[in-house]
Design a protein around this ligand. Structure first.
Ligand SMILES: Nc1ncnc2c1ncn2[C@@H]1O[C@H](COP(=O)(O)OP(=O)(O)OP(=O)(O)O)[C@@H](O)[C@H]1O
Ligand SMILES: [Mg+2]
Length: 428
């Protein structure tokens, strides 16, 4: 039986298998290859798609859709009414009964959340564990296709700290992830800290190393020292600062104003960068209120744009184009964020300078976390031989200059941004 390592990331996941003492990344996604978007799409007929095929199917289904048709759906709930003829009425909602499917992103972010309950997926209540299990089951099936083995032993990555605050977050998150893996058919489920795994994959050399794993949801650090064949972990540290949040800041800055955010209640403005919340605005009362506002002299173009973003569920596409714009900013000083769909028209010039201002507070939190990791390890910055980066957000230029500034004597080395954690997990 081979040992498999799975990096279940907020944005991307990767799978590796250990063979003859070496880790080999597998093309876990049949379309995207070894970097699989951590996405789940459940169609109305119950079929489940994972990874890039999930994204492609969702976009295809949505593009093929005509105008939304709403229907009244009666609920099994009776509520008092102001109508004297009918003091009690059966509650109803006006809902989009023909949505072709539901798309799930960033599920890892909710693992520690005490409030997350079951989600209604076309009439079936699905817990977070079941949704994640659907992804892991496909990963397991794909591993069989690629290796001829039904994997039973798996080491799954976990951040140093899961997203959220409060007691019991860590145990809750790990137990949910374990339950999901067992539902998916894995038997021997172990966990490894993501930055520690990356230290193994990157084969840190003699001396002290800082492993800097900066992903979509969290920043994870590890100070390690090679001692012969072994790697000794001197400290770990983590914080819920991640690239998803940076994308949200760009949406707030460049997209939300085109949808009238400044003139609307905060919960609507906030929903524009949180596409789960944007879907939840698809209720008749809210859409009526937007129409009322337009009639009362509100910004017509913006309100029409917001209405179509809500009705056509454009939140994911808006997130995607903004995320791509953010990624381009790692290579160019300025670029154009373009998105046109229905009444939404965005053409915004986005500069790296402004982006750096927006993420300034996060850069300070990163700096503080590095100081904490070094202090716990009892190491001064000049005692580091190398800094090893992994994770997509470690490509951000201001993050790299922060590392260079802080560690002018150390070697800055890039490990595989999307594969190092999975490879290391297979080796742990
Ligand atoms: N060249 C780039 N410049 C800036 N950001 C990038 C770049 N490439 C990817 N990203 C960002 O990296 C993040 C994804 O990185 P990664 O796949 O390492 O995260 P993850 O492992 O899924 O998340 P986590 O480890 O936090 O659970 C996204 O926010 C993406 O926008
Ligand atoms: Mg990661």
């Amino acid at each position: 039986m081979s040992r498999f390592g799975l990096d279940f990331g907020t944005s991307n996941s990767a799978l590796a298998v250990r063979r003859n003492g070496h880790a080999e990344l597998l093309p876990v996604d049949p379309v995207a290859g070894s970097v699989m978007p951590t996405m789940l799409y459940v169609r109305r007929d119950g079929s489940v798609l994972v990874g890039q095929p999930a994204v492609d199917a969702y976009l295809r289904d949505n593009a093929a859709r005509g105008p939304i048709r709403r229907r009244f759906k009666l609920l099994d709930v009776y509520v008092p009414s102001t109508d004297p003829q009918q003091p009690i009425v059966r509650a109803h909602i006006l809902t989009d009964l023909e949505a072709p499917g539901r798309l799930f992103q960033s599920l890892k972010t909710f693992l520690g959340d005490p409030l997350v309950g079951a989600t209604n997926v076309f009439g079936e209540a699905k817990g977070l564990e079941e949704l994640i299990a659907a992804i892991l089951a496909q990963v397991r099936a794909r591993a069989y296709e690629l290796t001829g083995e039904h994997p039973e032993d798996i080491t799954i990555g976990r951040p140093v700290r899961f997203v959220g605050s409060g007691d019991a977050i860590e145990t809750r998150a790990v137990e949910r992830l374990r339950a999901a893996a067992e539902l998916a058919g894995f038997r021997d489920v172990r966990f490894g800290l993501e930055p520690v795994a990356a230290a193994y994959a990157a084969e840190v050399t003699a001396g002290n190393a800082l492993i800097f794993d900066f992903g979509g949801g969290t920043l994870d650090l590890c100070v390690a020292r090679r001692e012969g064949d072994a790697i000794r972990v001197l400290s770990t540290a983590g914080v819920d600062v991640g690239g998803d949040r940076f994308t949200e800041l760009l949406i707030d800055e460049h997209v939300a104003p085109r949808l009238g955010a400044a003139q609307l209640p905060a919960f609507i403005g906030n929903a524009i960068h949180d596409w789960h919340a944007l879907s939840a605005l698809n209720e008749k009362d809210i859409l009526d209120a937007l129409d009322d506002l337009a009639r009362a002299g509100g910004p017509r173009r913006e309100l029409a744009a917001l209405r179509s973003a809500i009705e056509l569920q454009l939140g994911y596409e808006i997130f995607r184009v903004t995320d791509d714009t953010k990624i381009r900013l790692s290579d160019v000083a300025a670029t154009i964020l373009t998105y046109h769909h229905a009444a939404v028209d965005v053409d915004a010039r986005v500069s790296r300078f402004r982006f750096e201002q927006l993420i300034g507070p996060s850069l300070r939190r990163i700096d503080a976390l590095i100081a904490q990791a070094l202090a716990e390890a009892g190491i001064a910055p000049e005692d580091l031989a190398e800094v090893v980066t992994t994770g997509g957000s470690s490509k951000i230029p201001s993050v790299r200059s922060l590392l260079r500034r802080r560690f002018s004597n150390a070697r800055l080395r890039d490990a595989d941004p999307f594969g190092a954690v999975a490879a290391g997990l297979a080796l742990l």
